[in-house]
Write a protein that binds this ligand. Sequence first.
Ligand code: PLP
Length: 403
Amino acid sequence: MNERRIMQEKNKEGFVSDIVRNLPPSGIRKFFDLIARTSGVISLGVGEPDFITPEVIRAACRKALQEGRTKYTSNGGMPELRQAITCYLKRFDLNYEAENILVTVGVSEAVDLVLRAIVNPGDEILIAEPCYVSYVPSTKLAGGVPVIVPTSAEDEFKIKKKDLIARITPKSKAIIISYPNNPTGAIMERADLEEIAQVARKYNLLVISDEVYAELTYGTKHISIASLPGMQERTILLNGFSKAFAMTGWRLGFAAGPAEIIEAMLKIHQYTMLCAPSISQCAALAALQEGFPFIEEMVSSYDKRRQLMVHGLTELGLTCYRPRGAFYVFPSIKETGMSSEEFCEKLLFEEKVAVVPGNAFGQSGEGFVRCCYAAAQNEIEEALERIERFLRRLRRLPRTAIV
Ligand SMILES: Cc1ncc(COP(=O)(O)O)c(C=O)c1O
């Protein structure tokens, strides 16, 4: 028996592939397990709307069930939904045909599909960080090499042209960006995006643009990088229903992009997923037809809570970039001298407030924590009081005693 087979005999973990064994567990999940074991916690941890899906959308699902629309749909998604998505994207000055759209099981599946569709072993994928937790592992699982492009609070967490160019090599294939951003709440304006678009055009890179928070902006309309000159043909835009329509559990998203790449993604999707859930697709169609007034209400409610949170954290003396999209605030906790994880664990154990360590979103998130303000106003107020108590105690301690 060779060495590997002996290892497998001894330890079932030996059967697990090297890539998977070497993937670290998600920093978010690790933290949520801790939260689940603690009672009386106010959670500003989970990144999902606190609203339930609007009634018109749920009603469309009930109707679909009554009508027995419970069968597989076409692999790429129901034609009427793909058509409705092309109409929706016109809001962002984008003109796609139904063949440019693939309906997926959330943006999560779309991230995995696009990477598997484009990556050859060793291809480099530039990833603006801090970022959503799945980009790096999905790149590795696809056989690619993640190349991190850090962003900073000083630059309002926008990806900078010079930082991008410094990391481009002949193996660079695509850039992943996501604005409005999780975890920072940053957005990129047209001029910021134009700089990135110039780089993509010059170095012939694809752009994977995760725009799942496109509807959640405060005072500024979202701009898609795909709408800039020469970009639609090199952008794979990912979006979905989870955040805008409060539909996280329905697992529905989509990709829009050049037909050849969508076709390649469809190939994988049809073997692995077959199609996105039929009744969720019926609900998503209703969301696009009747859901927009509800988005307005939800955004206005998030905006109030955003202001409460930013004001509260700033009053507590935490340096806080003012988020302009999504539903997260990303204050710096560097003054405490603790690492993000230490800060979050202590805050959880001592005051029962759950926030997420910034390093869960990559090394450039170290020194920050993510607070999600999609929580009830009274919970945010109570959480701020508890954080104040926590900081007051910390600040009284001599520096060396903090850690
Ligand atoms: C930036 C980003 N992309 C994708 C996702 C996952 O979205 P979905 O529920 O559509 O899979 C999330 C969820 O938090 C996210 O923050």
